[in-house]
Structure formats: structure tokens, C-alpha cells
Design a protein around this ligand. Sequence first.
Ligand code: AHM
Ligand code: MG
Length: 332
Amino acid sequence: MNITTLGQFIIEKQNDFPYAKGELSRLLRDIGIAAKMISREVNKAGLTHILGDHGSVNVQGEDVKKLDIIGNETFIWALSRGGEVCMMASEENDEVIPLEGEFSKNGNYVICIDPLDGSSNIDVNVSIGTIFSIYRRISPAGTNPTLADALQAGNQLVAAGYVVYGTSTMLVFSTGKGVNAFTLDPSIGEFCLSQSMVQTPKSGSIYSINEGNAAEFPEGIKQYLSWAKEKNSEEKRPLTARYIGSMVADFHRNLLKGGVFIYPPTAKSPNGKLRLMFEGIPMAYICEQAGGKATNGKGQSILDIEPETLHQRVPVIMGSLNMVEKVEAFLG
Ligand code: AHM
Ligand code: MG
């Protein structure tokens, strides 16, 4: 049988990992466990209206929690046990969360996480995701971690990835040597390697943007959208519009098929909607590791932005190299 489980892959590849190999291996394994637990909860989410909605008490007399809260708590639990992570920052929490496991203070890593991205799709059985990024702490091990340990630019990342809860559950991550994708086989409860060294096509036909906001987009984006819809068979236009409204799912499709994902500034959100630490940086890292490009539309790579606050937002143009450069050309 030609199957490589996540556990086997991590052990086989750990010589490629930066820093102390065993620590990052254990950390990635813990992320895999948390992802499987969240996947289980996502799969039974449709039953919550039978068992009780958020804020109510279900038939077993337990409080029913929102899936994003469950996701957050699952990661805190999974990462507190191992002792590799000293601190977590989450889209769900205003402040950083120092972990309180017995060995956490000695942990060398900080993790930033969006435990359940695509909240508008949670209740309607449409794909959602988890996004994570892993940094080496700056403060010395054994001391209390600080906000500065989390506020690091994407070019300092040790690893990043996402989980997409779609028709199947997939874990896609990079430790800086390419992108590998694993699919959860529920019959054996293991993530199995399904695509190694993923490369995104240099060009594609898909553009993904919430065009409902078009009236508020920068002029260059409006012009790009008109160009994308023009008929030009030699240049394979019009392009194809695809937008789920879950960044992980939109990004994952474009990564495999070739496309560009755009969340531009709008009059209402001058820095766009997506968060630099929890969505912009980790997805930009995967994109670039797969041969794509990720920019803020102002000539700066998302990975080079120095974060100032935990929840700051960033405009995003990411995906196939040629398609991102085309959008940039319209922005001037
Ligand atoms: P969330 O973190 O509240 O779920 O918001 C992030 C999501 C992304 O997954 C998605 O790309 C975007 O919001 C969609 O926003 P919009 O509905 O404005 O198009
Ligand atoms: Mg989010």
C-alpha cells in the first residue's frame, strides 16, 4: 500500500525542519490532532439545531457552544499539553493567550490562529477552514512571553498552513520547503499525503472577489474587473468568477486550479477586511511557497509587512503569479 500518514511524513522530513527537529514535529502532530477534532465537530454541526443552538442547553443538558469557540478551545487544549508552544494569538481573542500547560513557559514557539474562518458559512453547510502560523519566540525560553513574540513579520515564519473542511478535510502546510497537502481518511482517522510539493499554476482563469462591494473598490480594481469580463478568446477572457466567502476554500481552489483571490480596500474598510496575522500572512506564505505571489496591492509583499497590532487588517491580492501581476498593473 502506498500511503504516507502525516505522522510518517513528519518523521521522514524532520531533517528538513529548522531548529530543534523534534519540537516542531510534535507541534505539527498536535495541530493534526486539533484539526481532526474540529473536523469531527464541523461534520456534526448540522445536528446542532436538533441538539440545541449556541447559547442554549442541548438534550443532554450540556451548553451548546459555537463552532468557532469550540475550535479555539480545542487548539488551546491541544497546544497546552505538548509544551512546544508558549503563547497563542487567536482571531477569537483580543489579547494574546499565554498557554498554561506544565511545560508551556519553556516552549520555543508562538502560534497565531484563526480557528474557524468563514463564519458566515458555518451554519449553512458550506466549506470553512482553520488557518495557522508558527513563529519562533523572541523572548528567552522560561520567561513570560510578550506580544512582541507574536507580532513578527511573515518573513520570520517557521511554518504555516490551513485546514479546509470541505467535501473532505484537508491539511495543507509548509515548513519553508514547499507545500504538502494531506487528506483526512475518516476510516482510519489519519491525514494521508495526497499532494506533495504543490505548485500553483503561473496563470489561471479564476478571479475571486466579493464584487458586491465593487462601487467602493479602488479605480484600478474596478478596471481590472471590467477587463476580466471582456470577451477576448485569444487571451482566454472572460475569466471565471468563483467566490465562496471562505478564504481558505477560495484560496485552496485557486491554489490547485490557478487563480487570483482579492480582498481590496473599500470605503468602509480602508485596509480591507482580512487580518494580517491570522489570514493574510499564513495564506501569503503558502501561496509563495507554492510559487505564487501575495501582495497588499501597494507594491509590498504581505510577508514583508511589519505588524503593529494583533488584529490589524490588510488588503490582499494573492494567487497565480501572472494573475497577481496583472491586477498590480491595473493598480499602477
Ligand atoms: P471571518 O474571519 O469573520 O470568518 O471573516 C473572514 C472571511 C474570509 O474567510 C472571507 O474571505 C471573507 O471573510 C469574506 O468576506 P465578505 O463576506 O465580505 O466577502
Ligand atoms: Mg477569519
